[in-house]
Design a protein around this ligand. Structure first.
Ligand code: TA6
Length: 284
């Protein structure tokens, strides 16, 4: 069991499992279980701190997508948490092995502070066990006025073949489908054979399962304050259009199952804290 801290990243090791967290964006870039990589990371992911990482688990705060109006309207897509350097705050617990990162206005560019002018503290914890990974984000309003926000863990799971994948646990959720521009109820089992970009809101279960050839490969447990799940696969055309998405047929080897609180704004008053956490298990 170890924690290694270098200039760019922090690496946790527990037995044959490991997790690597880039200090830029506090972005998990690798999670290995039994030495096998569980997350998709584009071969052209930019890891030098010049742009958000294409893969792993980018963090989305304070806005999911783009806001056309309101306090987040001047922010870039998915906000600023994923494209600023966080402070490594060290190890918090031995079992499970947990490290923590912090972000506040003092870590933001002037542009980001001008775009979203609130005092806040983010504390992000990553915990590793032999077979699982837990991520937890705490938001504190240290300002003298309330603010609203979204949170999302934008997780890219690595899979062998998208044509053999199904996702269960999202049945009866309220779906906002950005591709077909329609709303409907979540289906019992989701398969992917085209671009998919959907918000499943008000999830009825705590667990979402990603299956490969009908065998459970990952479970995502929505532990706290994560009522929504985004399902995304860029498919052929959108993969072609992203300069940092490589190989171009990599859409066959990834699926984003993104636990979040994005369908509605969360609102916290001065002095209040809010937290969300999810846990992954890898089974294949
Ligand atoms: O989570 C799905 C989504 O909102 C898609 O609409 C797509 O834009 C994806 O995020 C990636 O966004 P990015 O800003 O990282 O290119």
């Amino acid at each position: 069991m170890s924690v290694t801290d270098n200039e760019q990243e922090v690496i946790l090791t527990v037995g044959n499992s490991s997790v690597s967290i880039l200090k830029y964006g506090a972005t998990v870039t690798s999670w290995k279980k039994d030495a096998k990589e569980q997350l998709f990371l584009s071969e052209k992911a930019v890891l030098d701190g010049s742009k958000a990482v294409r893969g792993g688990i980018p963090l989305v705060f304070p806005v999911f997508g783009k806001a056309n109006e309101g306090p987040c309207s001047q922010l870039p897509q998915h906000g600023f948490a994923r494209n600023h350097a966080w402070e490594f705050l060290g190890k918090t617990t031995e079992s499970p092995l947990t490290v923590q990162f912090g972000l506040g206005p003092e870590n933001l560019s002037q542009q980001a502070k001008d775009a979203w002018n609130y005092d806040f503290t983010l504390l992000y914890s990553v915990s590793l066990t032999d077979d699982g990974l837990t991520t937890r984000l705490e938001v504190e309003n240290t300002d003298d006025k309330p603010f609203e926000f979204n949170v999302l863990f934008h997780t890219y799971f690595k899979i062998d073949d998208i044509s053999k994948v199904s996702v269960e646990g999202l049945e009866n959720a309220d779906v906002n489908d950005k591709v077909s521009v329609s709303n409907y109820k979540g289906e019992q089992s989701i398969t992917i054979n085209q671009e998919v970009d959907r918000v499943y809101a008000n999830i009825k279960n705590n667990d979402v399962t990603i299956k490969s050839e009908n065998k459970p490969q990952f479970t995502v447990t929505l532990q706290e304050n994560l009522p929504d799940v985004v399902v995304w696969n860029p498919w052929i055309q959108k993969a072609e259009g992203m300069g940092d998405f490589h190989p171009k047929d990599g859409y066959k080897n990834m699926i984003c199952i993104e636990a979040g609180s994005v369908a509605k704004w969360n609102n916290i008053k001065p002095g209040e804290k809010w937290q969300a956490s999810q846990s992954f298990k890898a089974m294949l």
